[in-house]
Design a protein around this ligand. Structure first.
Ligand code: MF3
Ligand code: CO
Length: 256
């Protein structure tokens, strides 16, 4: 499938899809506390999505059974919410959610600490988030896709963390996953040329230890092979003539 360029009308719809998803993330973040079950977070996320008049795009996606991916500690992504899995003080929890607004998709992820967390875990969350911003600094029309990948890799390298290679970011629009794939590690080729109107989900996934991951028996939950903890940070962005526009922030200009 070719990479799509969105029209001005489509961009407006993508903006609204992004803005609404940021509200969903804010509500979920505020609900995080020791003792909450991962299912309760999913239920809340889904109800906010529907209250906003949108549809959760993860639900039933290739059979995924929930609206929000809730991944705890060594779970990297795609953790399935459970009514008997409770967050504990000191955990880190990655929340990945998306929605459809008038046919247009948004997708974003954040990792949060539960109560007081280990400074090493806090650092992992912070560096993962910062690597996203280092990456999208390169997300300018005329640059190439892999300038983003290379910048994320270069940002993380000095910390010695393991960048997940088996999962990548993606184009997004009338489908949750469109071309191109967006790796978070250095590439030999430069990739396609970035053009205004492209909408991309950039999403570094970073492990405290080695980069290798494996799939659990539920066929969804991705965990680190070495048991080290992992963080995820994702926004849907728009390529413009100038700086990229982040569509999934709570308020334009706000950095979360
Ligand atoms: N946010 C994820 C991604 O970027 C999508 C989750 S897959 C699902 O690919 F099945 F849970 F929807
Ligand atoms: Co995504």
């Amino acid at each position: 499938m070719a990479v799509t360029i969105k029209s001005e009308r489509e961009i407006e719809l993508m903006r609204e899809a992004g803005r609404l998803l940021a509200i969903v993330h804010k509500e979920m973040e505020e609900a995080i506390r020791p003792g909450i079950s991962t299912k309760e977070i999913d239920t809340l996320g889904e109800s906010v999505i529907r209250k906003l008049g949108c549809v959760p795009n993860f639900k039933n996606y290739h059979g995924y059974p929930a609206s929000v991916c809730v991944s705890v500690n060594d779970e990297v992504v795609h953790g399935i919410p459970s009514s008997i899995r409770f967050l504990e003080e000191g955990d880190i929890v990655s929340l990945d959610a998306g929605l459809i607004y008038k046919g247009y998709h948004s997708d974003a992820a954040r990792t949060h600490g539960v109560g007081q967390i280990n400074p090493l875990a806090q650092k992992l969350i912070q560096v993962t988030r910062e690597s996203f911003f280092a990456g999208i600094k390169m997300a300018k029309a005329g640059n190439h896709l892999h300038d983003i990948s290379n910048a994320i890799d270069a940002y993380i390298k000095p910390y010695g963390y393991g960048i997940v290679r088996d999962l990548v970011g993606h184009g997004i629009g009338t489908s949750l996953h469109e071309d191109p794939e967006i790796p978070n590690f250095a590439q030999r080729r430069r990739g396609l040329k970035l053009r205004p109107g492209m909408t991309l989900a950039v999403e570094p996934m970073v492990n405290m230890g080695y980069p290798e991951v494996e799939w659990m028996d539920d066929d969804w939950t991705v965990v680190t092979e070495d048991g080290s903890w992992s963080a995820h940070y994702e926004n849907t962005i728009l390529i413009t003539d100038g700086e990229p526009e982040i569509l999934t922030l709570y308020e334009p200009g706000e950095i979360r």
